[in-house]
Ligand binder design. Structure first.
Ligand SMILES: [Zn+2]
Length: 245
């Protein structure tokens, strides 16, 4: 089915602010180089119906996503509004994730090489840097089973998890908000980069103790309210400055 015109009443989203934030999330992820052409996805749960979420249709690059590209789906994959085309893998993953985790309201899927590398190592994400501390005892692992073309079983089995590392595939970071999910995506990226750099030296790493790691994690989580909001606003300013340059 083809996409309908942007002026169609069909595209009058009932949560325009939330949809705009989702559009902005795509643009920020593209600006930061965390996108993968048209292959990954970002979603946000509806605030007025927690059994539904928003996601971009399959097609545009992240940098080109517009509000009329955003569709609304139920957790079962039923199309509520928007053009009838969607990455089926996103539909299956977010349907399962939002069902498993009522506390999660936004999720961001990436395929960046460094995170795929770390996700596919025995032991996964190591506790090698301050970037990784925020994930200490908060990462789930998802074995590779081909493309997620069927409805998924349990994806996240703990309310502590803020990131799922998908072996041979990538990651999903999650949060109460889009900016929190982006915060974790950025920290995960940097944690993976540091880990791979350290492993490449072949020298035995210095690893902080579990007590120190837990303390650092808790300090980072409590550093400020509304985790990720400050970075989100700063990044939006950078995006606007780039566009008006
Ligand atoms: Zn993927």
């Amino acid at each position: 089915m083809t996409a309908r015109a942007a002026t169609d009443d069909f595209f009058e989203h009932d949560e325009p602010e939330l949809v705009q934030s989702l559009v902005a999330a795509h643009h920020l992820v593209a600006m930061l180089g965390l996108d993968d052409l048209t292959y990954t996805h970002i979603s946000v749960r509806s605030r007025i119906n927690h059994e539904c979420y928003y996601i971009a249709r399959l097609g545009p690059l992240f940098s080109q996503v517009k509000s009329e590209d955003i569709i609304k789906l139920s957790l079962e994959g039923k199309f509520i509004s928007g053009p009838y085309s969607c990455n089926i893998t996103g539909q299956n993953l977010y349907g399962a994730l939002y069902r498993d985790r009522p506390d999660v309201h936004a999720a961001l899927h990436t395929h960046t090489p460094d995170v795929i590398a770390v996700a596919s190592l025995e032991g996964g994400l190591a506790n090698y840097s301050q970037f990784s501390m925020v994930f200490y005892e908060r990462v789930g692992y998802f074995p590779y089973d081909g493309l997620a073309l069927e409805k998924q079983g349990v994806l996240s089995n703990s309310a502590q998890q803020v990131a799922l590392l998908m072996e041979s595939h990538g990651a999903i970071t999650m949060g109460k908000t889009l900016h929190e999910a982006l915060f974790y995506a950025l920290f995960l990226e940097k944690a993976a980069q540091v880990q791979l750099k350290m492993m490449a030296t072949g020298i035995k790493p210095i690893i902080p103790s579990p007590e120190v790691s837990r303390r650092a994690r808790d300090q980072m989580i409590a550093f400020e309210p509304d985790l990720g909001r400050r970075d989100w606003e700063a990044l939006l300013m950078r995006l606007h400055a780039k566009r008006s340059a």
